[in-house]
Design a protein around this ligand. Structure first.
Ligand SMILES: [Fe+2]
Length: 287
């Protein structure tokens, strides 16, 4: 079936289901957020409430949580369908891997029911064994997308661990705001290096529905269009994210030149992350 809306900008990471996590608190928050996104030109929204991966090991607790999210999402979807009929509104989860053996078998935890899963490591640290965890997830037939890899404390300066994640088949989603320093100088620089290497497969908002917060989509689209990187913009914000909704793998993204991201040509890959932060936290496994 042909996707009639294949050229729409698509956002695959946000927290717009009302009252279920640290994003939208009310339906009004949700609708105000959708209005802002549509004004920016985003017409497909795949929203991703937080889910602790350890919950998937407890069928009763998982069912209760998924029922709670489903009920809130359905109320939001009805209102969005009424007020913004041009918007496609889907859901998944951002799953924190607080245990290494998360069970992704319930399609409701995955992105729009596909085999894609949006994952994050706990507490913004990279625990030991991430490559093996990714290999296991992929071996079970799921396609992991790592949320905002640029934000993790402990990413080494050569980005070796990020390279290993990609080499085993994980995909990477960078936040719009990281490119503009929203999370500090370290994530900004790492985001820039991943984009320059063509390692980012998707850009997304990770918007938490705060009325006072910038979304940074306009900034990224203006920056990339103004420096002749329209194809990269299209790949990162339109083609690849919308392919997720069809269960399709991302296509290669055109490399970005240093000056296309920063206007400066001499940035080196170094971060403000201290050597201590490279030490790993452990998974909080139940005893
Ligand atoms: Fe998020």
């Amino acid at each position: 079936m042909i996707d009639q809306d294949a050229v729409a900008y698509t956002d695959i990471h946000s927290h717009l289901v009302p009252g279920v996590d640290d994003g939208a608190r009310t339906l009004e928050d949700t609708l105000a957020s959708v209005e802002r996104l549509t004004r920016l030109g985003i017409r497909k929204i795949l929203t991703t409430p937080h889910l602790d991966g350890s919950l998937t090991k407890d069928p009763k607790a998982l069912e209760a949580r998924l029922n709670e999210v489903t009920a809130a999402w359905e109320i939001a979807a009805d209102a969005i369908g009424r007020d913004f009929p041009e918007v496609t509104f889907k859901r998944g989860h951002e799953i924190m891997l607080d245990v290494p053996d998360v069970d992704f078998s319930d399609p409701r935890v995955r992105l729009a029911g596909t085999t894609f899963v949006l994952i994050e490591w706990p507490r913004l640290h990279v625990p030991p064994g991430t490559v093996q965890v990714l290999e296991r997830i992929i071996g079970e037939g799921y396609r992991p997308i790592i949320a905002h890899p640029e934000r993790y404390i402990g990413i080494d300066r050569s980005l070796d661990v990020v390279r290993q994640w990609r080499d085993v088949g994980a995909r990477l989603q960078v936040n719009y705001g990281s490119v503009f320093g929203r999370y500090g100088a370290g994530p900004k620089l790492i985001a820039s290096h991943m984009l320059k290497r063509g390692w980012a497969d998707y850009l997304a908002s990770d918007f938490h529905a705060q009325s006072q917060s910038k979304i940074y989509f306009k900034e990224i689209s203006v920056r990339l269009e103004s420096v002749g990187a329209s194809e990269a913009l299209k790949s990162l914000c339109m083609t690849n994210p919308s392919r997720i909704l069809r269960g399709e793998d991302p296509l290669p993204v055109p490399l970005l030149l240093p000056e296309q991201l920063s206007g400066r040509k001499s940035e080196e890959c170094s971060t403000s992350v201290s050597p201590r932060s490279v030490r790993h936290s452990n998974y909080s496994r139940p005893k």
